[in-house]
Design a protein around this ligand. Structure first.
Ligand code: PLP
Length: 392
């Protein structure tokens, strides 16, 4: 079997050598509980403190503003539900978000609606961007939180976060952003971008699965996520996932070293891949070209099913995705593609390719050799395609 061409880095990434070697001691000899007072416990605590500093430094935060969590989903749940429950005590029971957030955000909002909170779901334009003026218009005296993702996980569009943050600051409304896909691809500074809370996840940046973090600006008090021991400044109890936290710290440091050079290399790869696929007739790019993650290509091919395409690509040694990883297995068209106005039929024929640190020119060559041939094969078998071809 040829080398796997892994083009699904938005679903998850390979653990890097540097992350693995940073983690190893904490999985083997250094097994102390960070809450214990003897030497190996104190060393474990120091390792967590160092990881907290690494995460904070990468986003322009203070170490005490970083809280480790079990994943990006947990960080989103905590920011949204923790804010809602805290500010409901002051009569603020309204939340603003967008229709194309990750389900970690959408389902958290829906759960709050069942508890009596009101949620405004802002639309996005046909290119996949939220309009800050819509955020401003939607804010009410009882608005507790605005939560808008930094970059979309399916179509890679980067939102005007600094401007939305400015509006929220002016209106004195807390602002959370889900930056799970943006971290490591975009240089983020929470201070400069007026961000009050930010969610991130380890496994998208070459750290292990099952670790994340929530940045909570000093002065913001949410309800605790978990009650129990004194971990995470008493706000998220539970013995820490020591080795993974160390891995996340290392991954954040690695991701932010030389970020601009890495992004320039990936942008060139992305554009070659994108333009090569758009040369196939009856295709369209989903999401705008400007302000787009350097890693994301999302294209619809008329007349075929994304699932069929994925299976053929898998047989050719290419791993890709037809929607977000969390919804794959469901045959409903992606809520993100419907939000930008794609008809169901076209949304079904979409492919997300997401690049990462380990992708090379040869990977793009292989994708550009295989995908057009598979699309042609599937179209030859598709009655829908026959109709499209006849009418064009
Ligand atoms: N938010 C976004 C934008 C994501 O893409 C994902 C995962 O795909 C998550 C949240 C959830 O992160 P995790 O897998 O760490 O729970």
């Amino acid at each position: 079997m040829d080398k796997l061409v892994y083009l699904d880095n938005s679903a998850t990434t390979k653990i890097s050598e540097s992350v693995l070697s940073a983690m190893m001691p904490w999985l083997t000899e250094q097994y102390g509980n960070p809450s214990s007072l003897y030497t190996i416990g104190r060393e474990a605590k120091a390792a967590i403190d160092h990881a907290r500093e690494q995460v904070a430094a990468a986003i322009g935060a203070k170490p005490r503003e970083i809280f480790f969590t079990g994943c990006g989903t947990e960080s989103d749940n905590w920011a949204i539900k923790g804010t809602a429950h805290r500010l409901a005590q002051r009569g603020k029971k309204h939340i603003i978000t967008s229709v194309f957030e990750h389900h970690a955000v959408l389902h958290s909002c829906q759960a709050l609606e069942k508890e009596g909170f009101e949620v405004t779901y802002l639309p996005v334009d046909s290119e996949g961007y939220v309009n800050p003026a819509d955020v401003e218009k939607a804010i009410r005296p009882d608005t507790a939180l605005v939560t808008i993702m930094y970059a979309n996980n399916e179509i890679g569009t980067i939102q005007p976060i600094k401007e939305i943050g400015r509006i929220c600051r002016e209106k004195k409304v807390w602002f959370h952003t889900d930056a799970v896909q943006a971290i490591g691809n975009v240089r983020i500074n929470v201070e400069e971008e007026n961000i009050d809370m930010l969610s991130l996840s380890g496994h998208k940046i070459h750290a292990p699965k099952g670790v994340g973090a929530l940045y909570i600006r000093q002065g913001i008090f949410l309800d605790n996520f978990m009650d129990g021991g004194a971990q995470e400044n008493r706000r998220r109890a539970g013995t820490e996932n020591l080795a993974s936290i160390v891995g996340l710290g290392q991954a954040m440091e690695d991701a932010h070293q030389g970020l601009e050079e890495k992004a320039a290399r990936l942008t060139a790869l992305r554009d070659r891949l994108m333009d090569g696929l758009l040369a196939i007739p009856h295709t369209r790019l989903n999401g705008g070209r400007d302000n787009r993650l350097c890693t994301n290509v999302n294209i619809s091919f008329e007349g075929i099913e994304g699932e069929g395409l994925l299976l053929w690509l898998d047989m050719s040694g290419i791993a890709a995705s037809s929607g977000s990883a969390c919804t794959s297995g469901s045959l409903d068209p992606s809520h993100v593609l419907l939000a930008i106005g794609l008809p169901h039929g076209i949304a079904h024929g979409s492919l997300r390719l997401s690049l990462g640190r380990y992708n090379t020119d040869e990977d793009v060559d292989k994708a550009l050799e295989v995908i057009p041939a598979v699309v042609e094969k599937l179209r030859a078998m598709s009655p829908v395609w026959q109709r499209i071809a006849q009418n064009s």
